[in-house]
Design a binder for this molecule. Structure first.
Ligand SMILES: NC(=O)c1ccc[n+]([C@@H]2O[C@H](COP(=O)([O-])OP(=O)(O)OC[C@H]3O[C@@H](n4cnc5c(N)ncnc54)[C@H](OP(=O)(O)O)[C@@H]3O)[C@@H](O)[C@H]2O)c1
Length: 329
């Protein structure tokens, strides 16, 4: 929920150690080493009938203590274009999909952060290429997507994630048009261009728009952001109807607070506007979130990966919320 409160410092996500490969273990029961993680066992026992609830809520479990599932390969031989892939949520989605076998085209305006995402993906054994373009320029988007398809083949999915946040107000410096041009028109440009280079069916193909919890609720001073993100849900539903006959699935994600630079800037702005410290502003923002925390970009990436996977064959025209309970539809 960028633009409103400060970001919670998250512990760096430490990848769990790789589970030793045990060929043929499927169907022969659980390997003892894969048993319930130590962090969960005591929690289960504390939740026995009559026992008191633990003071440490379950969502605070250290993810590195969870069983380390073998990497799924749901996107092997698939080509996905992610916009805004140099930072935050876009980078996490690109890394997640690459880890699951996809070839990634990485778009955004600045080549340097995109090159860093490409480096991270390649270092992990994945395939990626950088395509700097501005989503507001349809001709640049079309040229970039055509170049992506020449190198990695037709697209199986577009993740239209590029966006800008922050407030706007009436006056000579009103950012309303800028917000709409990037968040709404930019996403539409990318969808149009991606449809020109979509892989042939009948396998599933996807358009996934990254909207926001602010597509669901109004916030004073954020009319440009709220309007642009709410309109993305209209675009999602309309394209879902148009493209259903070709089995192209069109969905949107609506994250709440996600710990990225955009959220940090939002909290800094909120702190400055209300004369609070960063920590106070962040605490106030988190007090509006039932789970009391920001999501990590990796959590959004996990939901995106599900929405783009074959397991989500029945999902189209939907807006999926991930917001710690801050909005319940
Ligand atoms: N963080 C949150 O709390 C939150 C919550 C809900 C929704 N979201 C949405 O999630 C998406 C990603 O945000 P984030 O939090 O990861 O913030 P971020 O790190 O600021 O990412 C935004 C990305 O969009 C790119 N971008 C901006 N304008 C562009 C343009 N005209 N053309 C091409 N690329 C452009 C930026 O790269 P360049 O500057 O290099 O172009 C940047 O990589 C956004 O759509 C945001 O609205 C974020």
């Amino acid at each position: 929920m960028q633009g409103l409160a400060p970001p919670a410092p998250q512990p760096p996500s430490t990848p769990a150690p790789q589970r030793p490969s045990t060929p043929g273990a499927e169907g022969r029961g659980r390997h003892p080493a894969w048993g319930p993680p130590a962090a969960i066992r005591p929690l289960d026992s504390r939740l026995r009938p009559g026992s008191k609830l633990p003071s440490d809520p379950p969502h605070r479990i250290d993810p590195s203590a969870l069983p380390n599932a073998p990497p799924m390969q749901r996107f092997a031989h698939k080509h996905v274009l992610v916009t805004g892939a140099g930072t935050g949520i876009g980078r996490a989605i690109a890394q997640r999909l690459a880890r699951e076998g996809a070839a990634l085209s990485l778009a955004g305006r600045r080549p340097e952060p995109l090159a860093e995402t490409e480096r991270l993906i390649r270092a992990a054994g994945g395939r990626a290429q950088v395509l700097p373009f501005d989503v507001r320029e349809l001709s640049a988007v079309r040229a970039g997507v055509a170049q992506a398809a020449r190198a990695f083949g037709p697209l199986h999915a577009l993740v239209a994630n590029a966006g800008i946040g922050g407030p706007n107000q009436a006056g000579p410096e009103d950012r309303f048009a800028e917000l709409v041009q990037t968040n709404l028109l930019g996403s539409y440009h990318c969808a149009r261009a991606a449809l020109e280079h979509l892989a042939p069916g009948p396998g599933p193909r996807h358009l996934l728009f990254i909207a926001s919890i602010l597509a669901r609720i109004g916030v004073g001073g954020y009319s440009g952001y709220c309007a642009s993100k709410a309109a993305l849900l209209g675009l999602t539903r309309s394209l879902a109807m148009e493209l259903a006959p070709q089995a192209v699935q069109v969905n949107a994600l609506c994250p709440g607070w996600v710990d990225t630079a955009m959220a940090r800037q939002g909290i800094e702005g909120f702190a400055a506007a209300t004369g609070q410290s960063f920590d106070q502003a962040k605490a106030m923002a988190m007090s509006q979130v039932p789970l009391g925390r920001m999501a990590s970009p990796e959590e959004v990436a996990a939901l995106a990966a599900y929405a783009l996977s074959d397991e989500a064959r029945g999902l189209t025209g939907q807006a999926l919320d991930l917001n710690g309970g801050a909005w319940m539809g």
